[in-house]
Design a protein around this ligand. Structure first.
Ligand code: HEM
Length: 205
C-alpha cells in the first residue's frame, strides 16, 4: 500500500517535471522565438505520450506479468487529460484570446485543429468515467467498451500531429508506429479470444 503511494508520487513527480521546466523556461523567456508555439507543441506531445503510456499498461501486464501496473493506469490517463486541457487552454486563451469566431474559423481553415478538438472531446468522457463510482455505474463491460475510445484518441492524435508537421514526418511516424503496435496487439488478442484483451477497469486505491 505504502509502495503504491510512493510509486504514485514518483509518477506524479515525473509527469509534472516537463511542465515545471516549461514554466521555468517561459518565465525566463527561454522558449525560443515563438514561445506560444513551443508551449503548444510540447503540451501536445506530452498529451500523446501519456495516452500511449496509458495504452501500453495492458500489453506490459499481459506480456511480462506486471499486473500491479493496473494501479497506475488511471492516473496516467488523467495526466494525458491534464496535458490535453493545458494544450486546449493555451490554444483557446493565449493563441485565440477566447474569441469563438476566430476559433470556429480556425477549425474550418486548419482541419488538424478539428481533429485535435475531436480527440479532446473523446478524452472528456474517459476522464469523467475514470472514477470507481463510474465503473460501478456503467458495469465493467460497458466501461471497457467506452474506454476503447482511448485507441481512437491515440489515432486522432497521430493524425493531428502528422498534419501539423507537413514534410518532416519522423516523429509522428514513430508515434504512429507505437499506436499500430498497441492496436495490433489488442486486435490479435481479441481474435485469439482474450489474451491481449483488457477491459479491466482501473478500480482501486
Ligand atoms: C483540444 C483540441 C486541440 C487543439 C485546439 C489543438 C491544437 C494544436 C495546435 C494549434 C498545435 C500547434 C500547431 C503548430 O505549431 O503549428 C498543436 C500541436 C500538437 N498537438 Fe494539439 N490540439 C488539440 C488536441 C490535441 C490532442 C488531444 C492531442 C493528442 C492526443 C494533440 C497532440 C498534439 C501534438 C503531438 C502536437 C505537436 C506537433 C508538433 O510538435 O509539431 N493535440 N495542437
Amino acid at each position: 500500500m505504502e509502495d503504491v503511494k510512493f510509486n504514485k508520487f514518483l509518477i506524479s513527480l515525473n509527469a509534472l517535471i516537463p511542465l515545471a521546466f516549461l514554466a521555468y523556461d517561459g518565465y525566463y523567456a527561454r522558449l525560443g522565438a515563438n514561445p506560444l508555439e513551443f508551449f503548444l507543441r510540447t503540451t501536445g506531445v506530452l498529451t500523446l505520450t501519456f495516452v500511449l503510456i496509458t495504452l501500453s499498461i495492458t500489453p506490459l501486464r499481459k506480456i511480462f506479468g506486471w499486473n500491479p501496473l493496473i494501479k497506475y493506469r488511471r492516473m496516467l490517463g488523467l495526466y494525458a487529460f491534464f496535458y490535453a486541457l493545458i494544450h486546449l487552454i493555451t490554444y483557446s486563451i493565449f493563441d485565440k484570446s477566447l474569441d469563438l469566431k476566430m476559433i470556429v474559423a480556425d477549425v474550418w481553415q486548419r482541419p488538424f485543429i478539428a481533429i485535435g478538438m475531436l480527440a479532446f472531446t473523446m478524452l472528456v468522457p474517459l476522464a469523467v468515467t475514470s472514477t470507481n463510482g463510474w465503473v460501478k455505474r456503467l458495469g465493467g463491460k460497458n466501461w471497457g467498451r467506452l474506454h476503447k475510445l482511448s485507441y481512437v484518441v491515440a489515432i486522432l492524435g497521430v493524425i493531428h500531429f502528422w498534419m501539423i508537421v507537413k514534410s518532416d514526418v519522423f516523429y509522428p511516424a514513430i508515434f504512429g508506429f507505437v499506436v499500430a503496435v498497441l492496436l495490433g496487439y489488442r486486435l490479435v488478442g481479441n481474435r485469439k479470444g482474450g489474451a491481449a484483451k483488457s477491459t479491466t477497469p482501473a478500480v482501486s486505491n
